[in-house]
Write a protein of this length. Structure first.
Length: 500
């Protein structure tokens, strides 16, 4: 047996022992899973107040690119596999923040170029927000970038070592808080237009698990100065894994969300020529229902609408083409100033309903990972995690904040009683979330305030043979999910928020 094979065998043995201890000792192991924020709960119900004619918005961004030269240990890139060390910086990562104020309620939103941000770290961000900023509620989202440093812990040098560098996590927490503070400092009167841009998934995103259901449309909140119509910023919602560079990439990049933001702000340039002008401002990209799995894999060819070139093989140029595809649709809509916008609103009211909740943890890997120091988050009790859901309304738009990668069929409809599923039951998570939500334009903020993994319809859950739809192998998704009861609980909690 080779030395490499011996090491792998030793790792498997050690992992087996740890798993045995974790499952055998029961609540005696809870000390390794202690709650990092005991007593922390959110139960917020802020109804819309009277219109004040003082609706304001502020935008800011802080760079959260790791310093590879000064890091005391390698920076491990999250996603795909272990031991993917960052070798260079291709483009910067950012914490992009927006603060909205209707004269009565103040809402903060920050989007991180990260694969995920755990709820305990979100709490750390909130604890650093100055009281004088008067933020009533703060949403911290991740773009789910698969070429950013590991902030969860699962992609270190091997299965037994975390990939999180504490100094970098501290940099991100501090950057998120500062971005929110800087956004507060830039608050100014604005009007907002809400857009829903119908988009076909062809040439953009593939659904890599049956049933084939997408969350393909682009939704935009566009904030402008009411005196001159100039863009102050925007919030863009779409659903796709930012993993276009794919598994062999070792350069840090924001992937297509970075190119999208840059195109909106600065326009599209090539070889010194301006191919399309930008609109200025600062722009947030928020991911949507990416479970399922929504991705732009090597099998999908992406067309660059400006260079008139196709890109199939994983590369930064392919990520750029994808970002430009989205930007082109948005710029075209905003330039038309016609159909699609619900209306220009100068003083929309903000309402917020948010709720801390607990979800059961059936994933054995997730259960013993904290004991190995892989995932540094607390458990409120044995086999239970704290997380959070929220429903926010801004005038004619509403936002469902979901703490993970939810399957599009839970959001838009199309859940099936999947042949080969473990439970063989009728769909549980009905009606679709968007059907329950108020307002005219309905945003879904995925990976909002947490990353608990895939949120899979219970009737489509599959770990045992026969596999779904006659597949020969287990479907991907369950391995990175807390368990089959998570989706019903998330759906129930959001339904209750919507019914109020």
């Amino acid at each position: 047996m080779s030395s490499t094979a011996k090491r792998k065998r030793l790792l498997r043995v050690v992992a087996g022992i740890v798993l045995f201890l974790a499952l055998g000792l029961g609540t005696g192991c809870f000390c390794a899973l202690r709650d990092r924020n005991p007593g922390y709960t959110v139960k917020l119900d802020v109804p819309p107040g009277p219109l004040t004619n003082t609706f304001q918005a502020g935008f800011a961004r802080i760079k959260i690119t790791p310093n590879l030269a000064e890091s005391k240990r390698p920076i491990y890139i999250a996603g795909f596999r272990q031991n993917r060390k960052a070798t260079a910086i291709h483009d910067d990562l950012w914490a992009v923040a927006c603060v909205l104020d209707d004269g009565r309620t103040r809402l903060g939103i920050v989007a991180l170029d990260a694969i995920g941000f755990l709820h305990d770290d979100v709490i750390s961000v909130r604890k650093r927000l100055a009281k004088e900023w008067r933020l009533d509620y703060t949403i911290v989202c991740s773009t789910h970038d698969h070429n950013a440093p590991d902030l969860v812990g699962l992609w270190g040098p091997n299965y037994l070592k975390t990939g999180v560098v504490k100094e970098y996590r501290e940099q991100v927490i501090a950057g998120a808080a500062k971005a929110l503070g800087d956004a507060v400092a830039t608050l100014r009167p604005v009007q907002v237009a809400f857009h829903e841009i119908k988009t076909r998934p062809d040439g953009l995103v593939a659904d890599m698990r049956k049933p084939e259901v997408f969350d393909p449309d682009i939704r935009v909140m566009h904030f402008t100065d009411p005196t001159n119509g100039m863009t102050v910023g925007s919030i863009v919602g779409w659903a796709d894994h930012p993993e276009t560079v794919w598994s062999k990439g070792t350069e840090i990049t924001a992937d297509f969300p970075g190119y999208l933001r840059d195109a909106l702000e600065n326009g599209v340039q090539h070889s010194g020529a301006i191919l399309e002008s930008g609109i200025g401002g600062i722009h947030l990209y928020i991911n949507g229902a990416v479970g399922g799995l929504m991705s732009t894999p090597p099998s999908v060819t992406v067309h660059d609408p400006y260079l008139k070139q196709d890109f199939k093989e994983p590369a930064h140029e392919k990520a750029r083409a994808l970002g430009r595809q989205l930007a082109h649709r948005i710029l075209e809509r905003l330039d038309s100033q016609t159909n699609g916008a619900v209306m220009q609103q100068t003083n929309p009211a903000i309402s917020i309903r948010a709720q801390t909740m607990e979800v059961p943890l059936a994933n054995k890997g997730y259960l013993f990972a904290p004991m190995l120091g892989l995932i540094d988050r607390g458990h409120v009790r044995w086999k239970w995690l704290r997380t959070e859901v929220a429903l926010v309304r801004i005038g004619d738009a509403s936002i469902a904040c979901i703490p993970g990668e939810i399957y599009p069929e839970i959001v838009n409809g199309g859940i099936e009683r999947a042949p080969g599923g473990d439970f063989q039951i009728e769909p549980v998570e009905v009606p679709p979330i968007r059907e329950m939500m108020p307002g005219k334009i309905k945003f879904v903020f995925g990976l909002a305030n947490d990353e608990i993994g895939y949120i899979i319809p219970k009737s489509e859950w599959d770990r045992k043979k026969p596999y779904l739809y006659g597949a020969e192998k287990k479907p991907y998704g369950e391995i990175n999910s807390c368990g089959p009861e998570v989706a019903p609980r998330i759906h129930k909690a959001l339904r209750e928020l919507c019914e109020k």
